[in-house]
Design a protein around this ligand. Structure first.
Ligand SMILES: Cc1cc2nc3c(=O)[nH]c(=O)nc-3n(C[C@H](O)[C@H](O)[C@H](O)COP(=O)(O)OP(=O)(O)OC[C@H]3O[C@@H](n4cnc5c(N)ncnc54)[C@H](O)[C@@H]3O)c2cc1C
Length: 617
């Protein structure tokens, strides 16, 4: 029996507006020449359109698509019912092109707003949003690095949704170790090469949504050096595209299989065989050999931020669904009347532990949203201030670089944890398919694995980002917190929490100093051992800072509202203050324990003999 389509997606537009305009003051970008062509009103209208689109089109098919997944028929992937229609409508609305440059057919909108559009789209249907997400990433690489004639040939149909895109790095023996790639490229003529090799786990690797799929494939040109330095990037269309833009012959790209997965089941994850019949051609991106990793890094950095936003989006809808359920589900009586056998049953939201879970979810979701939008705002300011105020532009770009691994790792880890907490809030009803949170939990698990596992993110943070520009980016990050603590440490009702942030930041610096000592004394395995806890500490400090910043703004707004009482708004602002206080008092203290383990120099995980893990084989 086919299941009725139900839209379980929930979004908190009031909270989004607060973060955008009251807290982070994203409206500042509209004063920059780079964004002068677009207004806040237009951006708000696009957010509204997107909200309507996801509630009417992609949200209702999230659960049904999860149940059926993708199938292969006659060597071609077939997506679930409703996906083709959703793809068509998404491109009619121009949502994918929102942040793309106007010259490439996009709207040139701010990334800070694009984060919100992504939150709505991924939250409503994460699997569906993989297809336009990958297309956007591939189009961005082509826009940034391809030769003008290739941009002209591939970009317009990608922005219009006639062609889709992918990123093809992984191979069966080359996952995190991308440099071990065995896919080969042999020169044919000009920038055209013959491509041969197998790529696995390729998201959106095959489907029936567009006329063509443009694969961006990493491969090694014959005779190129080993490792990542010898890898090049190729545009490999599924169907060859003639110089005049018309479709030519199929390009010998076969879909060998698709995966059966824990989550995002309606996103096809394909094994692709390139050149099995020696008939696959690829175009060297920008005509530049051995630049593949640098070029692909642009897509990977964008994708890492996008994965962080995926994490936020799924966590947010999981939290809001759990909240609705907790307001309705009657169970037990209030603990305040535990001596009265006749006291009425209450909604579970009245129980302390349920309130604790809800507030933890709220704090983490709102912290993630603020972090994602703040990073995007840094990117917009870096872009908008380029050639206007170079030193400020450099500062903003430095914060984008520093915070990217935190956005990816923190939001992806916490997404799974928030979804798990949402299931716990429901009780048994959360474990079954009648409610959406079991799917959210399954969908969220991949976020900490793809786009570089979260350990790869932690290595990026400790081995590259902390030292980047002589450590200036990290120093600027710490200075911002220290100025905040100085300004607000005596704030009535919140001073203790602000001072706790100052202490956590000092602990973070102690952890960073230990990392430096391990580096200097050649204990590299000790650095990698504590890289993940270090990232977690830095993330918790970052989130506490952002939540307290929001709480201070909210507290001022609340005081203003008390002159003209609007209870819903007063409650909204109180919620911001409580979320920050809860995070600082219940979650931030773990920072001190983690720093304790970082500085302890404990080597048990390194010194245990392999046989000591277990004697069972
Ligand atoms: C649903 C899905 C979609 C995907 N989509 C794409 C896609 O579109 N394009 C694409 O190219 N790939 C894609 N991938 C592949 C994905 O990026 C890889 O799974 C990921 O990079 C990890 O590689 P791996 O699975 O081979 O794990 P491995 O690299 O084998 O890692 C296994 C474990 O070892 C750890 N590890 C590995 N190397 C090191 C090291 N040097 N130091 C310390 N620890 C290490 C890892 O952190 C991990 O915990 C997708 C995967 C899935 C499951």
């Amino acid at each position: 029996m086919s299941e009725a389509a139900v839209n379980h997606f929930k979004a908190d537009l009031r909270a989004i507006q607060f973060t955008l305009y009251e807290h982070l003051k994203v409206q500042q970008v509209f004063g920059l020449d780079a964004f002068a062509h677009i207004s806040r009103e237009e951006c708000d209208a696009i957010i509204e359109q997107c909200h309507r689109f996801v509630n009417e089109v992609t949200g209702p098919i999230n659960g049904t698509a999860d149940r059926v997944g993708c199938t292969i028929e006659s060597g071609q992937v077939v997506t679930p019912k409703g996906f083709k229609d959703a793809w068509k409508k998404l491109f009619e609305l121009g949502l994918m092109g929102f942040p793309m440059p106007v010259d490439d057919g996009g709207l040139g909108g701010p990334h800070a707003i694009a984060v919100v559009l992504e939150e709505l789209q991924s939250g409503a249907n994460c699997a569906f949003n993989m297809y336009p997400g990958l297309t956007h990433g591939a189009a961005d690489v082509i826009s940034s690095f391809a030769l003008p004639e290739d941009r002209e040939r591939f970009l317009p149909p990608m922005v219009a949704g006639r062609f889709a895109g992918t990123m093809c790095l992984s191979e069966p023996h080359a996952g995190s170790d991308v440099g071990a790639s065995k896919t080969r490229a042999k020169h044919l003529e000009g920038n055209v090469y013959s491509i041969k090799g197998t790529k696995c786990w390729i998201s959106a690797g095959d489907h029936d949504l567009a006329d063509n799929i443009i694969h961006l494939v990493l491969a090694r040109i014959e005779g190129a050096p080993a490792g990542t330095g010898g890898i090049s990037l190729f545009i490999v269309p599924k169907v060859w595209v003639n110089d005049d833009g018309s479709l030519g012959e199929p390009n010998d790209v076969q879909t060998a299989s698709i995966e059966h997965k824990l989550g995002i089941r309606a996103s096809a994850t394909a094994v692709l065989a390139f050149g099995e019949n020696d008939g696959c051609r690829g175009i060297l991106v920008g005509g530049k050999p051995h630049m593949g990793m640098k070029q692909m890094f642009r897509m990977m950095n964008g994708a890492r931020i996008a994965v962080g936003v995926q994490g936020l989006s799924v966590a947010s809808s999981a939290y809001l669904n759990a909240l609705s359920y907790a307001r309705e589900r009657l169970q037990g009586s209030s603990v305040r009347h535990f001596k009265d056998p006749n006291s009425p049953r209450v909604p579970i939201i009245e129980h302390s532990d349920v309130r604790r879970m809800l507030l933890e979810m709220k704090a983490k979701v709102e912290g993630m949203r603020t972090l994602c939008i703040k990073l995007a705002l840094h990117a917009d300011l870096a872009h908008g201030l380029h050639k206007v105020d170079e030193s400020k532009a450099l500062y903003h770009q430095g914060q984008v670089d520093l915070l990217t691994p935190i956005v990816k790792a923190y939001c992806s880890d916490q997404s799974f944890r928030v979804a798990e907490l949402a299931i716990q809030t429901y009780g048994g009803a959360g474990y079954v398919q009648d409610n959406p949170v079991e799917q959210y939990c399954r969908d969220a698990k991949i976020f900490s694995i793809y786009e570089g596992t979260n350990h790869i993110q932690a290595l990026d943070l400790v081995a590259r980002k902390l030292q980047q520009h002589g450590g200036e980016n990290f120093t600027a990050f710490l200075n911002e917190i220290s100025e905040f603590v100085t300004a607000h440490s005596e704030k009535p009702g919140m001073g203790a929490e602000v001072r706790a942030l100052g202490e956590a930041s000092t602990a973070l610096q102690r952890g960073a100093a230990s990392l430096m000592e391990y580096f200097m004394s050649g204990k590299i395995d000790q650095v990698t051992l504590v890289a993940n806890p270090f990232l977690e500490v830095m993330a918790d400090v970052t989130i506490a800072h952002l939540l307290l910043g929001a709480a201070i703004v909210a507290d001022e707004q609340r005081a203003r509202d008390e002159d003209e009482p609007n209870q819903a708004e007063i409650d909204f602002y109180s919620g911001k203050v409580m979320a920050a206080k809860h995070f600082v008092n219940f979650i931030l203290p773990t920072v001190h324990a983690k720093v304790g383990s970082i500085v302890s120099g404990d080597r048990s995980a390194l010194d245990i003999p392999d046989g000591g893990f277990s004697t069972a084989f």
